[in-house]
Design a protein around this ligand. Structure first.
Ligand code: TPP
Ligand code: MG
Length: 371
């Protein structure tokens, strides 16, 4: 009897192969600081390359100082950023001043480089209302603590920009963990359906606190989730500033041209703990894994690249470090001089129009605080 080959209603092998092919990680600058993808090298001037390096070094120092200030009890909430400088600062570097940033709690560097004074970032860390005072003209929103919520808000901000005919974009950041939230899909879906000028970044730093990336989703990449909402998705080496910059630059062009949003997964690693609030990474990460990722340090590879081009040296680096330390010292001093936080002040900044329920509390505290 002739054996029949049975057809199946769908071919999962083909689907997986297609995804594999489509979502390969894009790298331009490798761990040794060498260009591995000539045709993709972004058009950046020597000054731009130096400025990006300057910001990355400065931000590493800011991270180190913030950690020690937190340990001294001089800062409040702090989520370390070391390891994520390329994802954060090269993505920001591809933006324009008129673009809106909707950050997560780890994305303070991007809003500082967008214009938020450092002392205000410190006040925000302390939970002081002045931290986010007068940010209206900076085109930034306060860092979001609710995981994923900024994705929905970004759809709204981007649609607003489109309706007002602005040639600017709204960019947002979440983590690998954030990609499991409903808001992640809802925000992208809405922005995609209305072709809103949004850029959605996922900084896949491998862990959501202690939950590894593998437990987050069965999908091979996070970027492929873009397909479901009908937008392009791309995986970039998030430790490679040139790859991150190029991807965001291109996503921005699409958005400005009315072609809608892009999802960018930046594969990276946070060298430090999740936050400074008692997290111990040694309980969920091995030192082998840490070592493996430390070799991919975005600062190390970018430094090598620029040194080879004659654009960077120890002297330049030391200048940046000294400047960062001086600025941080001045900023923390200024933060210390801020007036003591009052409850009335806190209540008054929540709503534009005070609801009567808060009005009553406001009056109680006003009486207490005026004594
Ligand atoms: C809606 C919501 N659920 C849970 C939390 C608690 N939480 C704070 S950070 C975090 C992990 C987020 O991980 P990821 O999105 O990968 O970002 P990362 O911290 O790694 O940058 C969780 C679950 C929260 N803030 N909001
Ligand atoms: Mg994460």
């Amino acid at each position: 009897m002739a054996s029949k080959t049975k057809n199946t209603v769908f071919d999962e092998k083909k689907t997986f192969e297609m995804i594999e092919e489509q979502f390969e990680m894009v790298q331009i600058l490798n761990e040794e600081g060498k260009i591995v993808n000539d045709s993709l090298v972004p058009d950046m001037t020597d000054e731009q390359l130096q400025e990006l390096m300057r910001r990355m070094v400065y931000t590493r120092i800011l991270d180190q100082r913030s950690i020690s200030l937190n340990r001294q009890g001089r800062l409040g909430f702090y989520a370390p950023t070391a390891g994520q400088e390329a994802s954060q600062l090269a993505s920001h570097f591809a933006l324009e001043k008129e673009d809106f940033i909707l950050p997560g709690y780890r994305d303070v560097p991007q809003i500082v480089w967008h214009g938020l004074p450092l002392y205000q970032a410190f006040l925000w860390s302390r939970g002081h209302v002045d931290g986010m005072k007068n940010i209206k003209d900076l085109n930034i929103l306060p860092p979001q603590i609710i995981i994923g919520a900024q994705y929905v808000q970004t759809a709204g901000v981007a649609l607003g920009l489109k309706k007002r005919g602005k040639k600017s974009v709204a960019i947002t950041y979440t983590g690998d963990g954030g990609s499991s939230q409903g808001d992640f899909y809802e925000g992208m879906n809405f922005a995609a359906a209305y072709k809103a000028p949004a850029i959605f970044i996922v900084q896949n730093n491998q862990f959501a606190i202690s939950t590894p990336r593998e437990k987050q989703t069965a999908a091979k990449t996070i970027a492929q989730k873009a397909i479901a909402v009908g937008i392009p998705g791309i995986v970039v080496d998030g430790m490679d500033p040139l790859a991150v910059y190029s991807a965001v630059k291109r996503a921005r062009e699409r958005a400005i041209n009315g072609e809608g949003p892009t999802l960018i997964e930046a594969v990276c690693y946070r060298f430090g703990p999740h936050t400074m609030s008692g997290d111990d990474p040694t309980r969920y990460r091995t030192s082998d894994l840490d070592n493996e990722w430390e070799k991919k340090d975005p600062l190390v590879r970018f430094r090598k690249y620029l040194e080879d081009k004659g654009l960077w040296n120890e002297e330049k680096e030391n200048e940046v470090i000294a400047q960062a330390k001086e600025d941080i010292k001045a900023a923390i001093k200024k933060a210390d001089e801020a007036s003591k936080q009052t409850v009335t002040e806190l209540i008054s900044v929540v709503y534009e129009e005070q609801p009567y329920t808060l009005q009553e509390q406001y009056e109680i505290y006003q009486a207490k605080e005026s004594k």
